[in-house]
Design a protein around this ligand. Structure first.
Ligand code: 13P
Length: 299
């Protein structure tokens, strides 16, 4: 009798790369939600909400999140286990967000179905060469690839950067490498948008989108007004990355629970009770985002 099986969890058939779901979204003009996951509660909530709405979903992890959660193997095991235990039927993509060259290689070796190589801090020649290497490597794993041109802005210590608006010619060259989706700086910013934010640069987006001819990725998807999200989708955005908005929804709900005094009653120190308001708020946020992006019933 065999007492030990090498692995009791098989890779689910619906843990897929992003190739087909992005092509479909690009053609039908909606965007697939890319939600950054931070722990088990996050992952379970996102999977259940996307399943409820019958929306495809991309689970994104930055290298920082990978380190925080233990490593690539832990995340792969958690995602695959949850998909099986929760009977998830929608297409799910496990994607490395803003990966380094090394990080992208490790993600692919550990079962990720999609990677972003972010060479936006490099000169274009280096970014291009590294992107080419990742495309070649990803082919062996049948994984999808995202790269970036220009850069995403951000606010640090009160200094507001617009980010570098991407060059359409560079976007075209990247697309010709055979990447599956392209992130581009179009005035978008990670984290909360400052009150004096100028908004998305639609002319730049239109030029880059026409030039690359593939689905584009909007990073910094939290807090962008709905009309701008929808215009961006009409111009070729097919994947929208959301992290901050879920973090804020989760934190706000837990703060309110604590401040109301409820969290201190009875056995509410139990993490299953203490974290429950955050989970409920995240579920609602994911469902709202799915409707905003138009991906409901697109699984
Ligand atoms: P936000 O945190 O602004 O939603 O951005 C997420 C993101 O772009 C991850 O790549």
């Amino acid at each position: 009798m065999q007492l030990f099986q090498k692995s009791i969890i098989k890779k689910p058939g619906n843990l897929v790369n992003a190739k087909e779901i992005i092509k479909k979204a690009y053609k039908e003009k909606y965007a697939v939600p890319h939600i950054n996951i931070n722990n088990l509660e996050w992952t379970k909530t996102v999977l259940l909400a996307a399943e409820e709405a019958k929306s495809p979903v991309i689970l994104g992890t930055s290298e920082g999140a990978v380190k925080y959660m233990g490593g690539f193997k832990t995340i792969y095991g958690m995602v695959v286990g949850l998909m099986e235990d929760l009977n998830i039927t929608i297409p799910v993509v496990l994607h490395l967000d803003h990966g380094s060259l090394e990080g992208a290689k490790k993600a692919l070796e550990n079962g990720y179905t999609s990677v972003m190589y972010d060479g936006s801090h490099e000169d274009f020649a280096t970014n291009y060469q590294n992107s080419m290497d990742i495309v070649k490597l990803a082919k062996k794993y049948n994984a999808s690839v995202e790269v970036e041109v220009g850069s995403i802005g951000g606010e640090e210590d009160g200094i507001i950067g617009d980010g570098e608006i991407a060059d359409p010619e560079q976007a075209k060259q990247m697309a010709e490498l055979g990447i599956d989706f392209l992130a581009a700086g179009i005035g978008n910013i990670h984290g909360p948008y400052p009150s004096n934010w100028k908004g998305l640069q639609f002319e730049a987006l239109d030029n880059i989108s026409k030039s690359c001819g593939i689905g584009m990725v909007l990073h910094g998807g939290s807090g962008i007004p709905k009309d701008q999200i929808q215009k961006a989708i009409s111009l070729g955005i097919s994947k929208i990355n959301i992290n901050t908005e879920l973090q804020q929804a989760n934190a706000k709900a837990i703060w309110e629970y604590v401040e109301s005094g409820e969290a201190k009653k009875g056995k509410n120190f139990d993490p299953r009770k203490l974290l429950a308001p955050g989970i409920k708020a995240m579920r609602e946020t994911v469902l709202e985002k799915i409707d905003e992006l138009g991906s409901r019933n697109k699984a």
